[in-house]
Design a protein around this ligand. Structure first.
Ligand code: CTP
Length: 403
């Protein structure tokens, strides 16, 4: 999943020959999971048709304050369009439009929307080489960058005039990756690595049976998604679950048993900044799994179990600078037990869910947690969706990372 997934992108097209490339640009944004609305200057319609763009963007295309052909015309509200957008890209951006943007001229819908937009603004210039080099164009670039707008530089090559030089609009693929990495660089967990364990573990009794538990894996997957959305690279070691996650920053490492989870967790731990162990790991496993299916011979069957390795505690022993987070599911003496685990396993934070709270724990989509810090301070949260709980946890982790 791209960082553009779910984002509202307003694409402003101005009258340059590179406008023909915006069809690909819209398709790439849609493919990345973004919602796209297109705004055109009237003259840009000579270079690409609104029909092409409305078909590709699956949205109406806007180019004037009203629709002149419709006698019941409604007002195309530039303020609403500006507020709808999570980001506004002007591509191709001509010297004329850039100069007007720099000087606050608003004689068309695109320019009025630019002045109303509160979101990040990107512009991809496209013009002939002498225009690109002209002092007045450079002044526009500098002024716009001074406003906090981001320039996606033009490249060199053959231009529509036949001249060769700087001024070609960046290719659509490069514009998309430029914006993606710009967004990533601005995220608070950019370049941080997370190890997250999730789900249950299955401990084999024989080739067809196992001892497991009801963990759905939902909480761990929500944490993985939230961390990746903040820019972290996530290694998600998960036991068997029905959860799915598609995110370019999340690598899923499927495991079955506690032993396998132990091995994978240790493989990644030394290289991460944060480890969050939310998996419901089996505390015991059959001492010996039968190679053949166990037959029902006797009226009772005795199983001999042995302890699994405590993954969290073992990471606590080798911890260097990592922020280590554990979970505790308790039924009684909750706070005391959770604080005990935090200390014993050398954790920085522990997330306590009490089974006495309605809506907390396994299976459901809500959770009610108390997050306890190693300094003894704690935050008790309301009953929330697991998505929101993941956010709360990451906010607490951010304070540890930035400390
Ligand atoms: N955990 C782990 N490896 C295990 C058992 C637990 O990594 N073999 C982790 C869990 O992912 C969780 C934390 O330890 O983050 C707490 O697990 P829990 O089962 O509640 O605590 P225990 O220490 O096993 O104690 P008890 O079962 O007696 O409450």
């Amino acid at each position: 999943m791209s960082v553009l997934s779910g984002k509202n992108i307003l694409l402003g097209i101005t009258a340059g020959i590179a406008a023909y490339k915006t069809a690909s640009l819209v398709r790439l944004f849609i493919k990345a999971g973004a919602h796209v609305k297109v705004l055109m200057t009237p003259a840009s319609k000579d270079f690409i048709t609104p029909l092409t763009l409305s078909t590709l963007s699956k949205n109406a295309v806007y180019s004037s304050f009203t629709n002149e052909e419709d006698e019941n015309a409604t007002w195309n509200n530039h303020v609403e369009l500006g507020l709808w957008a999570d980001l506004f890209l002007v591509a191709p951006a001509t010297a004329n439009t850039l100069s007007k943007m720099a000087n606050g001229t608003s004689d068309n819908l695109l320019l009025a929307t630019y002045l109303s937009a509160k979101c990040p603004v990107y512009f991809a210039p496209a013009m002939d080489l002498d225009m690109y080099k002209h002092e007045s164009t450079k002044n526009s670039f500098n002024t716009l960058e001074g406003y906090g707008n981001v320039m996606i530089p033009a490249t060199s090559g053959e231009l529509a005039s036949g001249l060769v030089g700087e001024g070609r609009m960046a290719e659509p693929e490069d514009i998309v990756s430029f914006i993606e990495s710009d967004i990533l660089n601005s995220l608070p967990l950019n370049k941080k690595k997370f190890l997250i364990t999730a789900g249950p573990t299955y401990e084999a009794l024989d080739p067809v049976r196992f001892i497991g538990n009801h963990s759905s894996g939902k909480m761990g997957f929500e944490i993985a998604k939230a961390a990746a959305n903040l820019g972290a690279k996530v290694f998600l070691v998960t036991g068997p679950t029905h959860q799915v996650i598609e995110h370019s920053l999340v690598e899923v490492i499927p495991v079955t048993s506690a032993d396998e989870m132990y091995v994978e967790a240790h493989k990644y731990f030394n290289d991460v900044d944060v480890a969050i162990l939310s998996a419901a790991v089996a505390d015991y496993k059959p001492k010996k799994a039968s190679e053949k299916k166990i037959k029902k011979k006797d009226s009772t069957l005795l199983l001999e179990l042995e302890k699994t390795k405590d993954i969290l505690a073992s990471l606590g022993e080798i911890k260097q600078n990592q922020v280590l987070v554990g979970f505790a599911l308790e039924t009684n003496n909750e706070l005391e037990n959770a604080k005990g685990k935090l200390k014993k396993k050398n954790l920085d934070l522990i997330v306590l869910n009490s089974l006495q709270d309605k809506g907390a724990g396994f299976g459901g989509s809500t959770n009610k947690v108390t997050i306890i810090n190693k300094d003894g301070s704690l935050n008790e949260y309301e009953l929330k969706s697991k998505t929101e709980v993941a956010q709360d946890l990451l906010n607490e982790i951010l304070t540890h990372i930035n400390a």
